[in-house]
Ligand binder design. Structure first.
Ligand code: GAL
Length: 417
């Protein structure tokens, strides 16, 4: 009797736990860096969908494009033993968090929702640690875009460039007409973004892979890299004195307002045009960056999930589930400027640049032109990315020669490996 009574208490306690704990409404604290107009509109969709299911969204936004500040904050929260339920973490870094043993295994959600059938294998592999799902992919961004204001080009009598020589010609004309050719955000991650576009556009796909994926010192310190660096530095004379420290979305606003002709940036910039009510190929032109029409530098956003108290498990898993649902994939990506990571989504609701990205994503995945972004944490481990970015930014902002910078790139990467 005594034994039975005890068992009953345990059973009732378990039921209570299940209803009020693991299965019921809970809270998800979400760390992200989506604070610009377009980004905030996109992330609001996830919050709304989670709240519709009765859960609470605790926003943990850390401003700073590219996410470097957010990653610093995440590490300190994790070291203090108090990580958020979900955090925007990408690429090879997911493995480092997996090594810490702090991530929630999402295999149950993945199996129920058939994630392995919904996302490309190359994406699924990034999201898994030792074969288990620990992260949820959100979208696919393309990096190698050039956002242009056609009015500025028209006033200057310039044409939207497809080669670096045409680019320089257009810059000269825009400058002569009294406008700023290139809207530049002088922050290391933004400079690295333009740099990698030029590595692809000047060096080509194989060179990009050797230099920025394999971090091969011979490619980093090579005549091709010297040419890349010279092209990169050439742009500086076509930027304005306000560039240092400027946030990426403020640079986008310069193009939107017609103060500047163009900006090199991933397609989250499109989210800013959309949020401002601008129409592609009318109010602005989304051109693939010079020399990169056969390439797709990809950047996939994802959330890792940390182990949470039982009472918040259902909320956390609901968030994971919602991210790959068609409704979220459509509305979020339209606002964000990216394309769905879920395969088989109808193209109808998406605009022309997104459709071009969808086509190029699929084509480059067959031709080999689909290459991971170094600047956006998809290609190399953080230490190597940091080493490359330090040299690139120092080169851009000093009198260092291209030859010396190329040698420094190789040395810095060797030291970081
Ligand atoms: C990228 C991120 C994008 C966008 C951008 C600017 O690293 O993948 O989603 O937010 O930074 O903040």
């Amino acid at each position: 009797m005594k034994f039975l009574k005890g068992a009953l208490i345990v059973l009732v306690a378990c039921m209570f736990f299940f209803c009020e704990g693991a299965g019921g409404p809970g809270e998800v604290e979400v760390l992200h860096w989506w604070t610009s107009g377009g980004e905030a509109a996109a992330v609001a969709v996830l919050k709304e969908m989670l709240e519709e299911e009765g859960h609470t969204w605790k926003d943990f936004a850390v401003a700073g494009g590219g996410g470097d500040q957010a990653m610093t904050v995440l590490k300190s929260r994790a070291v203090a033993g108090n990580p958020p339920a979900a955090a925007q973490v990408k690429g090879p870094q997911i493995q480092l968090w997996g090594d810490e043993g702090v991530l929630t295994n999402l295999d149950d959600v993945a199996q129920a929702e058939k994630w392995d059938e919904l996302v490309p294998k190359v994406v699924a592999d990034i999201m898994k640690y030792q074969g288990h799902w620990v992260a949820v992919p959100v979208n696919v961004h393309r990096i190698n875009w050039m956002w242009c204001n056609p009015e500025v080009f028209k006033k200057a009598g310039a044409k939207i460039p497809t080669t670096w020589a045409e680019f320089e010609d257009a810059c000269k004309k825009i400058q002569a007409a009294g406008m700023i050719p290139v809207a530049w955000g002088g922050q290391p991650w933004q400079e690295a973004t333009v740099f990698e576009i030029i590595v692809a556009g000047v060096g080509g796909t194989d060179f990009y892979k050797k230099a920025l994926v394999d971090a091969d010192p011979a490619a980093l310190n090579s005549p091709t890299m010297v040419e890349v660096l010279k092209t990169f530095k050439m742009i500086k004379q076509y930027t304005d004195p306000g560039a240092p420290g400027r946030d990426w979305n403020l640079a986008t606003a310069m193009v939107i307002k017609g103060e500047a002709g163009m900006q090199f940036m991933g397609d989250w910039a499109k989210g800013e045009f959309t949020a401002a009510g601008k129409v592609p190929n009318t109010d602005y032109v989304a051109a693939v960056a010079p020399g990169t029409s056969k390439q797709f530098i990809f950047n996939i956003d994802s959330f890792i999930m940390f182990k949470v108290q039982a009472k918040n498990e259902a909320a956390q898993k609901a968030m994971a589930r919602l991210i790959l649902q068609p409704k979220f994939q459509e509305v979020f990506n339209i606002n964000k400027g990216s394309i769905p990571v879920r395969m088989g989504m109808p193209e109808g609701p998406f605009d022309a640049p997104a459709r071009l990205a969808m086509k190029d994503f699929s084509e480059t995945s067959k031709t080999g032109g689909l290459i991971p972004s170094m600047a956006h944490e998809m290609a190399v481990m953080p230490a190597i990315r940091g080493a490359i970015m330090d040299v690139v930014t120092n080169f851009y902002n000093s009198d260092l020669s291209a030859e010396d910078a190329a040698a420094q790139l190789a040395d810095a990467v060797k030291a970081a490996k």
